[in-house]
Design a protein. Structure first.
Length: 170
């Protein structure tokens, strides 16, 4: 029975209002602006950061917060890519959700070979792991194959607004 409980899906209940505070939103703001303080939208936000964070707190507390949509632009180097950028205040909410709900709840359940966007498990660690596996395969079989793939348009299909509603209801 204990093994079955360890494989059950995780749920987050009754934490939204406990974790939501001015302080946690301010911390999310500080993390969101790190290394980007020279950008106009962040400079303008910093001028009235206490007011904006208080407004954001009230919007989230009352359930009236709405994501502001995306600004779309294209990057051409090294290849043409469509970029969708949220408003800065929406990125604060995203950082708050990730830090307070997603990381503590789900990251510990990931397998050791999950690397992308995880603290201390980035691209360099992934590359070292792949090299180790390739050396192991070479020693074991002498010849091996590597499959490289990408799921096109995957992120375009994700309902981004769903997540905030989901966590507010739990």
């Amino acid at each position: 029975m204990e093994d079955l409980q360890n494989t059950m899906p995780k749920t987050i209940r009754n934490k939204f209002d406990k974790i939501l505070s001015y302080e946690t939103l301010m911390e999310a703001h500080k993390k969101s602006r790190k290394g980007k303080g020279y950008r106009n939208e962040i400079i303008k936000f910093n001028l009235k950061q206490e007011e904006y964070i208080m407004w954001l707190y009230n919007e989230l507390k009352n359930g009236t917060y709405k994501h502001g949509g995306y600004k779309v632009f294209y990057v051409t180097e090294p290849k043409v890519r469509k970029i969708e950028k949220s408003r800065y205040i929406d990125r604060i909410v995203h950082r708050w959700l990730v830090d307070n709900f997603l990381e503590p709840t789900f990251v510990p359940t990931f397998i050791n070979t999950s690397f992308a966007c995880l603290k201390n498990r980035g691209m360099h660690r992934a590359a070292l792991y792949v090299q180790k596996c390739m050396k192991s395969a070479l020693a074991k079989w002498e010849e091996y194959y590597v499959l490289k793939m990408d799921v096109a348009k995957y992120f375009d299909s994700i309902d981004k607004i769903f997540y905030l509603k989901f966590y507010k209801e739990k």
